[in-house]
Every structure is written in C-alpha cells, then in structure tokens.
Design a protein around this ligand. Structure first.
Ligand SMILES: [Zn+2]
Length: 455
C-alpha cells in the first residue's frame, strides 16, 4: 500500500489517537502536574515506539525530552524534528466549552488544551512517518525527533540539552510545526526571525532625592537627562541613530519584496487591530518590511522619581530604562549592545553619570532564500494543502531556532498548520480537523521533497 493510501484510510484512527494524547494535562509550569508530564512523555514514547521509531526518554534537570530516531544510512539526508508535548495552564476554566483535557469535536474543530500548541501539530509528522513504516516501507530520509517537555515554562534546560547532545542531534535541516498559517487557507513557510538585544541604562544624578524648590534649576534632573538621551536614539524619520547600527543590514531582496506583496495585508485593518492612530517611522519601507526585515530600537520601560498618589516635588536621584532592539541577520547582538553603550555614554550630559548593563541577546535567523530547503518545503505544503504557500518571516524570536543555528549550525523550516485565531494559550484552544489533516499530508510530502534535496 502507498503511504498516502494509508493516510486516507486511517483518518478516524489518528483523530482518536490525538485525543488520547490531548487527555494528559501536561502543564509544565505547575509542579502538581509533574506526574502528568511524565505520563504524557511515556505515552508519546510508546506511541513513537509502536510506529517503529527507536525511542528514549531523556531526563533533564526539569521535564524530560522524548527522543526518537530512525537512521538508515549516512548517505541519506537527516531531518531533525522539534516539538513540545507540554502545554499552557488551561485557566480560567469557566471560559471553556469543555473540560480542557477532554477533547471536544465541534463544527470540525478539535477543542482542547494543546490541540494546536503543540501536540496536534507535532503529531502530523509522526502520522506521516507511520504511513511509511506501517506499509512496510523505509522512510526516504533519516529522522531524529526531539519533543521537549518545558517549552511553555521557558525551556530552562533546552540549551544545555542541545549542547550536551550535539552528536545525537547532528542533522541536515530542522523542521518545526509550532506556528500558524498566514490566514485562512493561506499556509505559510516561515523562513526568517528577527533577533534581539537587551540593554538597561541608568542615569545617576544627586546622591539623594532633592527638594525641587531649593535645588531645582541648578542641580540637574536625571529623568530630564535620560529623556533627552532617549529622544536622540531615533531621527525624525524613525531611523535608529546609533553609529554603525545599520552597517551589516542587507537590503531587502526582490524575491522577498515579491513574497510580501502576495500577502493579503491591509494597513488600515492592521492599525485598527492594534488600536493605533498611525504608523511610526520611515515611509521608505512597507509595514511588513519594517516588522520582518528591518531592525528596531524600543524603550520597554522607564523608571525614576515619584509615581505614587499626589505630588512630590523632587529632583530624583536617578532614572533608568530598559531597551530592546530587534535585530536582523548579520547584526551581532553583542556588537550592537556595545555600540549602543558607547553612544549612550557619548550623548549623556556631563553633569550626570550613565551606567549601562548589557544583557546580550540572540541573533536573527534566516533560511537562505535561494537554497533548496524553501523550495522543497513549499512544494510539500502545496501538495498537502492544494494551495501555493506564502513565504513569510516573523518579527519576534523563537529561541530554539537560534539555538539550532548557533549550536548545531542548522537552518530551520517553520511549517505551521494552525491558525492565529486557534486560541493558543487562551481558553477554547482549537485546531481544525481540516488543518490537522492537511498538515499530515504536507508532512508526508515533506519527507519526499526533502529526500529529493539529498545530502
Ligand atoms: Zn508551542
């Protein structure tokens, strides 16, 4: 039997199996669920074993990683799959239509905590592998799978796990299904994420808060000073003014511009959704270009002086702010942090002191747009969905993708089968059966398409 026919025949079986998987309250954030997490890891490991994979449950200082593999020959391409079997806490329970861990099928939606984030999505890849192995065929590639148990609790032990297991995880490409389509019936391949750099700045003035009547006008105010400094971090067009900030930023390619133009994006709707009166910054770039392909600098918080009830007439002794910058590939977080530090010290008025704390960050990542991976992923999604996918980027960071790049040197294909309105992290999380199914067929096609790329 062809693997595809196996998928055709087993639709109701795999839905039932997914329901079993969803019944575990594998909430990683709460210690009371430690046993549930372990039981869920056991179930997943057994399921993978039954499919025909070699499986081990690998302990970490937190919740275990379920690791599986099927290795045929070093000549075959090796795909590393990442996903997570832990889920967000389900509260507030009263807003759910069902018990969060008793899946409900309603109007062709699977409603349960973890349905789309990420149990349902990772399951599609297992079902694709099963379709080969259950019909007596070799997978067209070697596969390695790592399913994390603490993604929703901050992935505290993930970096160490990857560093401790570089040989075990060595592969050619990573595949993750833990994102969403761009819109209804608009599947997407996400090929780039921005990085981040984080700095705190503190401006120090008099050795204590002073009476603004007795000292004001003579002794400088650190909040005023910090405000002047912050104002100098952008020019009037919204460009960041730190010297060298844009030095390594590559121009946006024609291919990327073409992809962005294909997307049904409406500026007015976007503004309305955000409740914002207008757009910030440089008119030279479109909104998507600014969010996905241009770096930014934002003050995330500012502290100083008196903010309590009523008035307090002081010149505060200090003021501070937190600054993050979203970076694009080729910008080094440490280099950018140091450039900001140097610039802040330069623009700091001489009558106050500026202290800068560098927290570091993560590099942006992008899968080469002219390489074979995106083409293969695009073809697979087209086969599974019957729709030409769009190629998109994400303005935020996904730490694990950065880790795979930094530690293992691997590019990641982010293939999201869900929807942005699937209520991930919210009550009534859901996953449409249709998206789950199309995900399974795409995952099947992906094995073949990536096999064609070869080593
Ligand atoms: Zn997730």
């Amino acid at each position: 039997m062809e693997p595809k026919n196996f998928l055709n025949e087993k639709k109701s079986d795999r839905l039932n199996e997914l329901f079993e998987f969803l019944r575990f309250p594998s909430v990683s954030a709460k210690s009371e669920h430690k046993g549930d997490i372990a039981a869920c890891a056991d179930w997943l490991a057994n399921h993978m074993r039954n499919i025909g994979l070699d499986v081990q449950i690998m302990p970490t200082a937190g919740h275990p990683v379920v690791y599986g593999s099927k290795i045929y020959s070093p000549d075959k391409l090796t795909i590393l799959y990442y996903g997570h079997y832990d889920v967000q806490p389900p509260e507030p329970l009263e807003l759910w239509k069902t018990t969060p861990f008793e899946p409900l099928l309603e109007n062709e939606y699977i409603i349960a905590r973890g349905s789309t984030d990420d149990k349902g999505q990772l399951f599609t890849h297992l079902k694709a592998m099963e379709a080969y192995l259950a019909t007596g065929q070799e997978l067209p590639v070697n596969v390695k799978l790592m399913f994390e148990g603490e993604e929703e609790a901050g992935s505290d032990n993930l970096e160490k796990f990857i560093k401790d297991n570089t040989e075990l995880l060595a592969s050619d490409i990573v595949v993750i299904s833990d994102t969403a389509q761009f819109g209804k019936n608009l599947p997407a391949v996400t090929y780039g994420l921005r990085g981040i750099a984080f700095v705190e700045a503190k401006v120090i003035g008099p050795n204590r808060d002073l009476h603004s009547g007795s000292f004001g006008g003579a002794i400088p105010n650190p909040i005023n000073a910090l405000a002047r400094m912050i104002a100098k971090l952008h020019d009037d067009s919204g460009n960041v003014t730190i010297p060298g900030f844009y030095k390594n930023v590559k121009p946006i390619s024609d291919w990327e511009k073409k992809q962005m133009k294909r997307l049904p994006f409406k500026k007015a709707e976007f503004l309305k959704k955000c409740g914002s009166k207008g757009l910030f910054a440089d008119k030279k770039y479109t909104v998507l270009e600014r969010i996905w392909s241009r770096p930014t600098l934002d003050i995330n918080g500012i502290t100083g002086g008196y903010q309590g009830e009523g008035g307090k007439t002081i010149i505060p002794s200090w003021a501070s702010c937190k600054i993050t910058m979203r970076l694009v590939p080729n910008q080094e977080p440490m280099d950018i942090c140091k450039k900001l530090e140097k610039y802040l010290k330069k623009i700091c008025p001489k009558y106050v002191e500026c202290q800068v704390k560098i927290h570091g960050g993560a590099k942006g990542v992008v899968v080469p747009t002219d390489g074979p991976w995106l083409k293969a992923a695009g073809a697979a999604v087209k086969t599974g969905f019957g729709i030409e996918p769009v190629f998109i980027k994400e303005g935020g960071s996904i730490p694990v993708v950065g880790m795979f790049k930094q530690i293992l040197g691997l590019d990641t294909l982010l293939l999201g089968w869900g929807q942005n309105d699937d209520n991930a992290h919210s009550p009534n999380e859901r996953f449409s059966v249709n998206d789950f199914e199309r995900g399974c067929y795409s995952a099947l096609a992906l094995l073949e398409e990536l096999a064609k790329v070869g080593k």
